[in-house]
Design a protein around this ligand. Structure first.
Ligand SMILES: Cc1cc2nc3c(=O)[nH]c(=O)nc-3n(C[C@H](O)[C@H](O)[C@H](O)COP(=O)(O)OP(=O)(O)OC[C@H]3O[C@@H](n4cnc5c(N)ncnc54)[C@H](O)[C@@H]3O)c2cc1C
Length: 424
């Protein structure tokens, strides 16, 4: 078993992707080369501006090449909670954007001809307990009555067999317009698209210092210095406190872990996932899983919030859970176990904002494949004056009060979620 991501093992950084020197001067410097940074770069470059994407490692190194590749509706915070906080009108907009963001990904993949196994076969969320299915029922009614959304179909426990080859769950709900892709092929495809537009892709260029200079910024990396009129911090779960302390206090890196099997025989694939859906369950410590485009079971989740769980140990735990869901996979070899950091905010909402004049966009939870793409796109429009602001910028942005003491507080938060799973 390899302790590296399946996706970049199957598709390493493409050799034909250019690697540029660090330019001395640009209009916009983007820190981080995931979906947020690359979508923003694409829009800004289209407006004729000179752009550099500065990446500490290699292109797409962060969560964007390590995730489950599942595009699902909604945000991390539920529409019910969002309505309570910001009112129904705003809640409707956030919900609609969660759907629009999938259309955006679909459009960009088509326009740029990105070959990333994108398939819009829908998803199935699964009730882990009987009470969770009651909640699904209420949620589907709520979305229908208040948002006019009729895209969810409830699936009873008896009918689940048409959707998934397990008896582990108490019913589910499907949506048809969602889907899955290979995250690394998607991020490399985006990188090709921006390189074609003249964007400089600068790797091994971790920004260590940002200074204000005559109304502009000067960014220092081990490869040199760049002066930029505008800066976008697109580092999400990989944000470190040194470069942007205030932004780091708004975002918490949380570890998520995935294993994958060897490619499965076609008949077994059909048995496990007759309709090729993306799956996730209703626990706080949820499991998310799917077939990869090459027919493996890709099974993810987490046992705590730590970003440093041993990958052999996490594979053992995820394997156990996978076999509970799918006893049919007994004896099938695991080929990969890996992890990545996603970014979670205090209010579980994505945010756009500015710190000392520098823009940031982050906080997508497990919805970043589509939402990071969307906020990157919005950031591109804001940076080029095509859009004056965003609701993601207007909503209040509460910060974590314990950033300096993560190691102390995170186990307490983790314990709380474990309790919620046990009691609800
Ligand atoms: C294991 C896992 C599974 C997930 N599954 C799903 C899923 O199925 N569906 C879904 O929608 N979302 C999922 N997510 C979340 C999703 O992957 C992320 O929300 C999304 O990729 C974030 O994109 P990003 O561009 O904002 O950040 P990232 O892709 O994380 O990119 C940030 C980049 O910034 C770079 N960086 C950091 N600091 C600096 C610096 N100082 N200088 C230069 N570069 C720097 C990092 O090296 C990194 O490459 C998952 C995440 C993980 C970790």
């Amino acid at each position: 078993m390899k302790l590296t991501p399946l996706w970049t093992d199957l598709t390493p950084r493409p050799a034909d992707l250019p690697a540029h020197d660090q330019p001395e001067e640009v209009d916009v410097a983007i820190i981080g080369s995931g979906y947020t940074g690359l979508h923003a770069a694409r829009v800004v470059a289209d407006a004729g501006a000179k752009v550099a994407v500065l990446e500490r490692e290699h292109i797409g190194f962060g969560a964007s090449s390590r995730n489950g590749g599942m595009l699902t509706s909604g945000l991390k915070a539920s529409p019910e909670i969002i309505e309570k906080r910001y009112g129904l009108d705003k809640a409707r907009q956030f919900w609609q954007w969660s759907l629009d963001s999938i259309d955006l990904v679909d459009r960009v993949i088509r326009d740029e001809g990105i070959d990333c196994g994108w398939a819009r076969r829908g998803h199935l969320s699964l009730a882990y307990k009987p009470a969770h299915f009651d909640h699904f029922r209420k949620h589907v009614d709520y979305l229908k009555n208040k948002y006019g959304y009729t895209g969810y179909t409830l699936v009873s426990r008896a009918d689940l067999k048409n959707e998934i080859g397990t008896q582990e769950y108490y019913g589910g709900k499907t949506a048809e317009t969602t889907g899955g892709l290979d995250p690394a092929r998607y991020v490399f495809g985006l990188a090709r698209a921006v390189a074609k537009r003249g964007v400089s892709l600068v790797e091994n260029a971790g920004v260590t210092r940002i200074r204000r200079e005559d109304g502009a910024f000067r960014l220092t990396t081990p490869r040199g210095e760049t002066r930029a009129r505008e800066v976008l911090l697109a580092t999400n779960g990989y944000t470190t406190p040194d470069v942007a302390p205030k932004a780091r206090s708004g975002i918490m890196p949380i570890g998520s872990y995935i294993i994958s099997t060897e490619p499965l025989p076609e008949a077994l694939q059909k048995e496990l996932s007759p309709n090729g859906r993306m799956f996730y369950d209703s626990k706080q410590y949820l499991n998310y899983f799917r077939l990869s485009p090459d027919g493996r079971m890709v099974f993810g989740g987490r046992n705590n919030l730590s970003t440093s769980l041993d990958l052999e140990e996490s594979a053992r735990r995820l394997h156990q859970r996978m076999l509970t869901v799918y006893p049919q996979l007994e004896g099938v070899s695991l080929t990969h176990s890996w992890t990545g950091k996603l970014g979670v905010t205090y209010d579980l909402m994505p945010h756009i904002g500015r710190e000392n004049g520098m823009w940031f966009a982050y906080g997508y939870g497990g919805h970043g494949v589509s939402i990071a793409s969307f906020l990157g796109y919005e950031m591109g429009r804001i940076l080029t004056g095509q859009q004056s602001g965003s609701l993601f910028q207007e909503i209040p942005h509460p910060r974590f009060f314990f950033t300096r003491w993560d190691k102390l507080f995170l186990p307490i938060v983790a314990q709380y979620y474990r309790l919620v799973d046990a009691l609800t």
